[in-house]
Design a protein around this ligand. Structure first.
Ligand SMILES: NC(=O)c1ccc[n+]([C@@H]2O[C@H](COP(=O)([O-])OP(=O)(O)OC[C@H]3O[C@@H](n4cnc5c(N)ncnc54)[C@H](O)[C@@H]3O)[C@@H](O)[C@H]2O)c1
Ligand SMILES: O=S(=O)(O)c1ccc(CO)cc1
Length: 479
């Protein structure tokens, strides 16, 4: 059994969760201890005890540990990528890419520990000095989803530790393996006991303790809108700091003047890679009249060649859906879209077995045309390989359609026009904008986040992460 890490000790549990491979549901990845509410409280106590000393540790100590963790993650990319593909179902190249992202994030924030500083500002009063410094927030609770099992924990843990906080991580139930691997790496890298704690378990039990305990000063969450709203309410009720990264219904606009190959490659990647299970995936393709039919024909043609199979098999383009519940949700949306009058032009069938006969949660990527902005398929996040095409008369209508959503995470445009690209970058209501690129596929050293219903609070990643993981102090001294 893989145990929880609490106060520097590996702690057993009477309950276990079985981590199952979605590419082959006969394959048990491992049994992981399920923390109880009491375990979560113990972890918070350990973090509370350890944080003051860690907050006063030297930048060199923090750099050394985070850099060593990053180096080990990078060195073990093949093995950790295999674990990730096995437990989550993204393809092996995608999984290895995610592990590399996690390693680079640890190394980036190792550097940030050395670079963080403050400002000395002249006062408006004679003889007074002003210093603006940043201090750790304290104990932070990190609650993560299943779709990026190593990258999302990494991009919350690394800045939290770099800026001197102690951490309690609660990863998603479905994918405890990658989070456990990070815990093991940090533990062996020499992090003092209690500075990092892992509690694997249910959101409603373990997660809820993090939300309700006053000793946890801040919560960073990535996941669904419904859970995000619950977290916001709990944090406001006790005035804790919080940050939410939630869903998306990301548009990709394709204009008449687009390079067709570029547009199709970007749309296939945005909609279907990682089985469409990325918050930055594009599930709304907004295509202007002059290119619409050629674009749809080219998409359908390319989709015939997409190989849906075991995530770890060479040549697989699309791995399985993460579990039976997510597959049921994807299939339900396919029925809803049909019922609303959208036309299914490719895919959409579940496959009970892969090419080798192994049972798994497979779905052929689905493409709908004749979708309208009012349909549920155009408004609600499916979180699977289900994409719809909406026809637009011209650029202005395409932009209006792109903004006609309660979300605002990422958005893309395929065009050869500098005028439209520039206008779109300025006017689309999203936190991240891509020109002639997929809506997914972000760098690890720059801010990540969205607007409207997608995100709440300071940005994650890059130097902007300091806003959430530190609190500012302004000190005045009369000379
Ligand atoms: N914007 C982003 O950066 C981003 C990134 C990845 C995923 N997502 C979103 O995440 C969703 C899929 O992930 P999911 O199904 O794991 O989401 P989820 O909201 O069900 O779960 C996310 C995490 O919250 C925990 N949780 C659930 N109930 C809780 C509670 N009452 N108290 C505390 N914690 C609780 C879960 O155990 C899990 O660890 C999608 O909607 C997707 O759009 C967003
Ligand atoms: O857009 S992606 O580069 O695929 C990406 C990577 C990591 C995360 C974590 O939230 C989200 C999107």
């Amino acid at each position: 059994m893989f145990k929880n890490l609490i106060g520097g000790e590996w702690v057993e549990s009477t309950r276990v969760s079985r981590n199952i491979n979605p590419s082959d549901t006969r394959d048990l990845v491992g049994e992981y201890a399920q923390a109880s509410a009491d375990d979560a409280r113990q972890a918070i106590a350990a973090a509370t005890k350890a944080q003051p000393a860690w907050g006063l540790s030297t930048p060199q100590q923090r750099f050394d540990i985070l850099d060593a963790a990053g180096a080990e993650i990078l060195a073990r990319r093949a093995e950790l990528g295999d674990l990730l593909a096995r437990e989550e179902g993204k393809t092996l190249p995608e999984a290895i890419g995610e592990v590399v992202r996690a390693g680079n994030i640890f190394k980036f924030f190792a550097g940030e520990a050395l670079r963080s500083g403050g400002d000395v500002v002249p006062s408006v009063r004679p003889g007074v000095g002003v210093e603006v410094t940043r201090e750790p927030v304290g104990v932070v609770g990190l609650i993560t989803p299943w779709n990026f099992p190593i990258a999302i924990p990494a991009w919350k843990i690394a800045p939290a530790l770099a800026y001197g906080n102690a951490v309690v991580l609660k990863p998603a139930d479905l994918v405890p393996g990658s989070a456990w691997a990070i815990a093991d790496i940090l533990h062996r890298a020499g992090l003092p006991a209690g500075v990092f704690n892992l509690v694997m378990g249910r959101g409603s039990e373990v997660g809820q303790v993090l939300l309700d305990d006053k000793r946890v000063q801040a919560i960073s969450f990535t996941g669904s809108v419904a859970t995000g709203q619950r977290i916001a309410q709990a944090c406001v009720a006790r005035m804790a700091k919080f940050q939410l990264e939630m869903g998306g219904k990301n548009p990709m606009v394709v204009l008449d003047d687009a390079d067709l190959d570029v547009a199709v490659a970007a749309a296939l990647n945005s909609g279907f890679f990682s089985t469409g299970q990325r918050c930055t995936a594009s599930s709304r393709l907004i295509v202007t009249e002059g290119i619409h039919d050629r674009f749809v024909a080219a998409m359908v043609d390319k989709m015939k060649n997409l190989k849906v199979d075991d995530a770890r098999k060479k040549g697989t383009d699309i791995g399985p859906v993460v579990d039976d519940k997510q597959l049921a949700q994807d299939l339900e949306y396919i029925q809803i879209a049909k019922g609303e009058g959208a036309k299914l032009v490719a895919g959409g069938e579940a496959m009970e077995k892969n090419a080798d006969g192994a049972p798994g949660w497979y779905l052929k990527p689905a493409l709908f045309t004749e979708a309208t902005a009012q349909m549920r398929i155009s408004r609600e996040e499916v979180f699977g390989p289900v994409v719809s095409v909406i026809r637009a008369k011209n650029y202005d209508e395409a932009l209006a359609l792109a903004n006609d959503t309660e979300f605002g995470l990422s958005a893309g445009i395929a065009t050869t026009s500098l005028k439209y690209a520039t206008h779109f970058k300025r006017h689309v209501q999203a936190g991240m904008v891509m020109v002639n690129l997929p809506t997914a596929g972000v760098d690890y050293h720059v801010p990540f986040g969205g607007r409207k219903g997608s995100s709440y609070g300071p940005r994650e990643q890059g130097r902007y992460a300091a806003e959430f993981y530190t609190t500012v102090k302004t000190a005045y001294t009369q000379a």
